[in-house]
Design a protein around this ligand. Structure first.
Ligand code: BGC
Length: 446
């Protein structure tokens, strides 16, 4: 294979790193910020490994200049970050907190001064707790709450921000947060999950339409998590189980948005959603996004399981398969991203794909001021090789964002999984660029 160089991807290919407000900012109640469901969830016992909280996290709220300087130093031209809803609207609706707007203005302006393009995610999981008390994503009123919040973001930042993502990974925040209860707000069961799915789809579209109306020239996308899925065997039952798991993991949120409706044939319980679908909703479920953000980390192997409700399919854990693992217990399998790109490129409705997240956690060692994270470096390089292969076969993938710039708060896993190109000592907030960070920088420099 040819040496991997930036030029092979073409001059228009977008390169960056991705982050999320709750995982890096800290300053959880500074300058009028309201409580989010993640503030409330992390305050409860037993929800996050080690009882870790994100009150300080990477202290990005106060130290953002230092981290944006790092981006510049590493030649990273695009920075994806999210807006914290409760900094802008402490109660989710009602009075705007000008201090919150001022903070994001400072971050955006500083990026632009340094020649770094901001890419904004409107919603990366930190719902206002005040809205959760009114039912959160299970309450249909959220469509209005969310469009109002998006409108405020568009009017406040749209004069300088050209690239927007409405949501981050709807399947994860709705599945983990409202079905399995392992993420905030910690609710469980199909009764919560079904209305949440529909309200999230309506909100994603309502938010996107608001952005389009207010910012007709903006580049508007939204992001989906996706895993390449393979059956555990060639038996009919495993193949059918893999097909159902694929519908749940990869198709549930994107297909309605593309105008294809929910995958009810593969997941029959979705027909119970009918009671939440009101007349006229069908027209409000799809949007012509300028790009689709795909976020891929691994592949999953799926087996038929009589005991698993609704989909009769279960994952065969990577640890049982004797394959290389990341610190999250996910299989290292770079070919997955190639398959994912081919799969999503086959939807004629998708105009352009950007890989808005890809990366890996490994247990890094800081030795004499260096972190020789060879595994992460290889992971990123091999994933890029697979992306290039797909692109050379005609897949319209036009960007790649590493998850993530600095080690940060990894949700229910706390601070142990380290995903950064830059190491963070959470005691001192000291940053150390890892080998992977230097590699990415050299690659981008050409
Ligand atoms: C999320 C990030 C998360 C990352 C690694 C994605 O699911 O968007 O917030 O930290 O994956 O787990």
């Amino acid at each position: 294979m040819d040496r991997l160089t930036r030029t092979l991807f073409g001059s228009d290919f977008e390169w960056g790193v991705s982050t999320a407000a709750f995982q890096i900012e800290g300053a959880c109640d500074a300058d009028g910020k309201g409580e989010s469901i993640w503030d409330a969830f992390t305050a409860k016992k037993g929800k996050v490994i080690g009882g870790h909280k994100a009150d300080i996290a990477c202290n990005f709220y106060y130290n953002f200049k230092e981290d944006i300087d790092l981006l510049k130093k590493l030649h990273i031209p695009n920075f994806r970050f999210s807006i914290s809803w409760t900094r802008v609207l402490p109660d989710g609706t009602g009075k705007v907190n000008q201090e919150g707007i001022n903070y994001y203005n400072r971050v955006i302006d500083y990026c632009l001064e340094q020649g770094i393009e901001p890419w904004l995610t409107v919603y990366h999981w930190d719902l206002p707790q005040e809205l959760e008390q009114k039912g959160g994503w299970t309450n249909r009123q959220i469509v209005d709450w969310f469009s109002n919040y998006t409108e405020i973001c568009a009017r406040s930042f749209g004069d300088r921000v050209k690239h927007w993502m409405v949501m981050n990974e709807p399947s994860v925040f709705s599945g983990a947060g409202y079905f399995f209860g392992i993420h905030a707000p910690g609710r469980t069961g199909i009764k919560n999950f079904l209305p949440v799915i529909h309200h999230v789809v309506l909100s994603m579209v309502a938010g996107a339409r608001k952005l389009r109306e207010i910012l007709p020239d903006a580049n508007i996308g939204t992001t989906f998590s996706c895993s390449h899925i393979e059956p555990a065997s060639q038996s009919k039952r495993d193949i059918a189980a893999a097909h159902r798991a694929d519908a749940l993991v990869n198709r549930l949120f994107i297909e309605p948005v593309l105008g294809l409706g929910y995958p009810v044939n593969e997941i029959p319980v979705l027909s119970d959603m009918q009671k939440y679908i009101l007349p006229g909703d069908e027209e409000n479920m799809h949007f012509d996004f300028d790009f689709i953000g795909l976020q891929n980390y691994t592949r999953e192997i799926v087996k038929y399981s009589f005991l698993t409700p609704y989909i009769h399919a279960r994952l065969v854990k990577a640890a049982q398969r004797k394959v290389p693992l990341t610190a999250m217990g996910w299989e290292v399998y770079p070919r997955a991203i190639y398959h994912i790109l081919k799969k999503f490129d086959a939807y004629p409705q998708i105009k352009k794909i950007i890989i808005t997240e890809n990366g890996a956690a490994f247990p890094d060692d800081l030795i004499d001021g260096n972190v020789a994270d060879v595994q992460r470096l290889d992971y990123i390089r091999e994933n890029l090789q697979q992306i290039l292969a797909a692109r050379q076969e005609g897949v319209n993938v036009q960007g790649y964002f590493v998850w993530t710039l600095t080690d940060n708060f990894e949700w229910a896993e706390g601070y142990h999984p380290r995903f950064g190109l830059v190491h963070v000592d959470f005691e001192t907030q000291q940053r150390t660029i890892k080998s992977s960070g230097y590699w990415y920088s050299d690659f981008l420099k050409g």
